[in-house]
Design a protein around this ligand. Structure first.
Ligand code: HEM
Length: 194
């Protein structure tokens, strides 16, 4: 678990403070707990309707798995809305990211669905004409970014760790090789005139 704590911390610390999820955001979410929880079923349905309608995300799921997945997402939403949205929460998100790696859920899929949740809150809070719809929406965008940052950072770290465990390649060497490869690709693109 120490590793999950580190991954979450590293990811959040890389984000400039203005972009980070703030205590005021957490307080705002807590104040809207009732209304946010009342949207659970609709959010869960819309979330999985999107994933099941799109072949690349649909194929992640096993036959008959949807009811179980809906339960885990509803639990995630309740835990998110009820808080606390603290270091423990983001450490849990690093672990949730790991669970998705095992099921071959790619980063673009995770980021898209983090944004889906923020967009859902934006639409619902404006439809409900909540007086604090704008700051609540902003709070959810910051939260989604933070969750996305932790999950994608975790993905990078797990890959580096897997390579180390399987082939003994030090993460620093992997970083250097990645940089060299990127330089080589840029060079080739320049030569092509792109
Ligand atoms: C904002 C994005 C997402 C959130 C917050 C989320 C949340 C969760 C949570 C909390 C779990 C349970 C983890 C556990 O058992 O400890 C879970 C499991 C799962 N999620 Fe997601 N999820 C997201 C995106 C996705 C996407 C995009 C897919 C597929 C395309 C997906 C597929 C799955 C699958 C297959 C499992 C079951 C993993 C297993 O136990 O075998 N999720 N998700």
């Amino acid at each position: 678990m120490t590793q999950m704590v580190e991954i979450a911390k590293e990811a959040l610390e890389q984000m400039p403070p203005e972009t980070r999820f703030r205590p005021e955001d957490a307080a705002l979410i807590a104040r809207h707990k009732e209304v946010l929880l009342s949207w659970t079923d609709e959010l869960v349905k819309a979330f999985y309707d999107s994933l099941f309608a799109h072949p690349p995300t649909r194929k992640v799921f096993r036959e008959g798995e949807r009811p179980e997945r809906e339960k885990t997402l509803a639990n995630w939403w309740r835990r998110t809305v009820e808080g606390p949205l603290d270091a423990g929460y983001f450490t849990w998100m690093a672990k949730v990211g790991l669970v998705h790696v095992v099921r071959k859920v790619e980063n673009p899929m995770m980021l898209a669905m983090a944004s889906f949740v923020a967009e859902f809150v934006e639409r619902k809070s404006h439809d409900a004409k909540l007086p604090e719809a704008d700051p609540l929406t902003e709070a959810f965008y910051r939260l989604s970014m933070a969750v996305g940052a932790v999950i994608t950072h975790g993905y990078d770290r797990y890959r580096a760790l897997a390579l180390y465990n399987v082939a003994g390649m030090e993460p620093a060497l992997l970083d250097r090789l990645t940089e060299e490869e990127a330089k080589g690709m840029l060079e080739a693109l320049r030569k092509e005139g792109s």
